[in-house]
Design a protein around this ligand. Structure first.
Ligand SMILES: C[S@@+](CC[C@H](N)C(=O)[O-])C[C@H]1O[C@@H](n2cnc3c(N)ncnc32)[C@H](O)[C@@H]1O
Length: 314
């Protein structure tokens, strides 16, 4: 139940983030015992790079506390969508926080919003939608992989989020979203191999009062086909973007001073060049500079956004 609202103390059954360092965190369940492969009930001991934790010992402990491991220590944190994304069990590729921030902002997800998502995948993005639309909105999330849909449903229940989400096992490209969802969605999000095939179904499910659409695709060809379909159906404000994090390096550099006056009025009739004999080249000065790296790694995918205009005939 640890995702529902802020809590002060860890209760039995909570999902807890065991924080060792910024690059080393684990999501654990605060239960005193587990069943091993032989079917025996044994004490729940969690192993980390700083030794073991007897999980029973954290029940009743205040969130944010430092707890002892057999060879060190860690912090116990209440999970939020950002920490969950970093620790969740991967059943598929997932979407990460930088792209998700742009998705939430562009789709204008807010309390009370009705959001449709496909595919559910590992539920990384779903947790952010749920935090943003609670307590009066609803998430309808679809996946055609039955086991993934079941696991996600079970996970939302364990996290105390079941009343805000409906998980459907359904192929949305062939069957669309269910007819009860026609015209009810404030926002639709697609993370599918062929999003263009689901665009006509998104058109049906979106509200006519400016419903927002987004599709995430790793390849530009997927975005291009999606944009063609959106254009054909009369969506507007279509825009495709990439969220890239560019480092800005600020540092003091020693730079040679070029004497521009010297260059303008050379003593000889020859064209001036800056060489070792030029006095101008021997002076240098310190400057505070900023620069960007020549390469920009970090492509995740293209985000295509669009709006369904209010006056369109369905
Ligand atoms: C990349 S994963 C989604 C990851 C998710 N956005 C997250 O952040 O955890 C894509 C999911 O789409 C599902 N999928 C693919 N085609 C589908 C279809 N036609 N209908 C419904 N689900 C589909 C797959 O089973 C897979 O679970």
């Amino acid at each position: 139940m640890s995702f529902l609202k802020p809590k002060t103390h860890i209760e039995q059954g909570d999902v807890v983030i065991l924080y060792l360092s910024v690059n080393s965190m684990h999501a654990i369940e605060a239960v005193p015992t587990i069943v091993n492969k032989k079917g025996e009930t044994i004490a729940n001991i969690f192993q980390t790079s700083y030794g073991s934790l007897k999980v029973e010992s954290i029940i009743g402990v205040e969130y944010g506390s430092r707890v002892e491991l057999s060879k060190g220590w860690a912090y116990v944190l209440q999970p939020n969508p950002e920490l969950w994304t970093q620790t969740l069990p991967h059943r598929t590729q997932i979407i990460y926080t930088p792209d998700i921030s742009m998705i939430l902002h562009q789709l204008e997800v807010r309390p009370g919003a009705v959001v449709i998502e496909s595919g559910t995948g590992s539920g990384s993005l779903s947790h952010y939608f749920l935090r943003a639309l609670k307590p009066t909105g609803h998430l309808h999330t679809f996946d055609f992989h039955e086991a993934r849909a079941d696991q996600a449903r079970e996970e939302f229940k364990r996290h105390g989020l079941a009343e805000f989400v409906t998980v459907y096992h359904r192929d949305v490209c062939n069957l669309g979203f269910t007819s009860e969802l026609d015209g009810v969605a404030d926002a639709i999000f697609l993370d599918l191999p062929s999003p263009d095939l689901a665009v006509p179904h998104a058109f049906k499910a979106l509200k006519l009062s400016g419903g927002r659409f987004c599709s995430f695709s790793p390849c530009i060809e997927q975005s291009q086909r999606c944009i063609q379909e959106l254009t054909k159906l009369g969506f507007n404000e279509i825009c495709s973007m990439e969220v890239l994090q560019q480092e800005n390096v600020v540092k003091t550099r020693t730079v040679p001073v070029i004497d521009l006056e010297f260059l303008k009025s050379p003593k000889t009739s020859e064209t001036p060049t800056i060489n070792e004999d030029n006095k101008a080249n021997k002076e240098s000065k310190k400057y505070l500079t900023s620069s960007n790296p020549q390469i920009l790694p970090g492509h995740t995918g293209f985000l295509t956004f669009a709006t369904l205009p209010p006056n369109i005939a369905k």
